[in-house]
Write a protein that binds this ligand. Sequence first.
Ligand code: AP5
Ligand code: MG
Length: 299
Amino acid sequence: MPIPLSVPPCTSLVNSTPQRALRSIAHTARAAKALPFSLHRTSPTGDHEARVLRMVMFGKPGSGKGTLSSRLAKKYDVLSLSTGDLLRQHIAERTAVGQQAEGIVAQGGLVPDEIMLQVVSSKLDALRNRHWILDGFPRTLNQGKLLDTHLQAQNTPLSLVVNLDVADEVILSRISDRWVHLPSGRIYNMSYNRPKVDGLDDETGEPLAKRPDDNPEIFAHRLKQFHESTSPLISYYASKPKSARMVTLQGQTSDEIWPKLEAVVRSSFPNLRETAAARRQHSLSDTFRTGEDAWSAKV
Ligand code: AP5
Ligand code: MG
């Protein structure tokens, strides 16, 4: 009997879950239209289901999960759901979930599995039959097993687990430079990816904030939590070679990891379409290149 992900007594809390944290949700309708028909069908054999990207982005705090998920969601018709962003939205909006999670998140602890399941389950159902990435979930062995059971019951199993392997020293040096736009989850870094105007979000002009859990003591606690509670998921996924493909990507920076990630995703999911914005950018650079070629030919 599959274990349901939703927790009925608290379902009302789910309804208050903010929508904005589902990054790229604006792509939803376009993504649904853009996908070939075969990707919308569920098959008892799971044949063509294998082509749907249902990915867990896994890694230490600060390893670049949010940065790389956003890049994928910006370039491809894929939705990215960050449980950290969702919790921060709940906290900002003073929902019941937010009030329960606030102290735990601020101290770098793990929010209890049953609350996380409430937060995620309603969103997962909205992601059905779309390409998606989960950033920050699962984060305990129990969450991993519940997620698998839920997805198997819907015949929509995970298809990719990406484990970002970045050294602790590299991560610690990045975190003090990180600024975030809380409503959208957009991430900036003063030494690597500065906003156009210091302190302001590029797209909305709204102020950026420091995450309260980004100070060195709390961050050390989050790393400890990762090693104690989250890292057992690596052997859990590695021990199931017949289910989702698991890849470990190493690198000092997200720029180093990005091409490797993109190669894995493109080779495993050739049907994944680029967003209209990414296609426009290609055609602009093609025009530019063609212009350049014509110009060099004249010279
Ligand atoms: P969450 O928000 O998920 O935090 P996290 O896992 O600790 O990870 P981060 O968001 O800090 O880092 P990231 O891997 O996304 O890295 P980023 O791309 O920002 O969770 C927060 C809290 O919520 C948890 O502590 C917990 O309390 C709770 N929670 C969430 N999910 C839960 C669950 N499932 N169960 C229980 N509790 C849960 O990158 C990091 C930095 O590196 C940035 O500054 C970035 O700009 C920078 N960077 C990226 N690329 C580069 C580069 N190429 N060069 C230099 N710097 C770079
Ligand atoms: Mg993040």
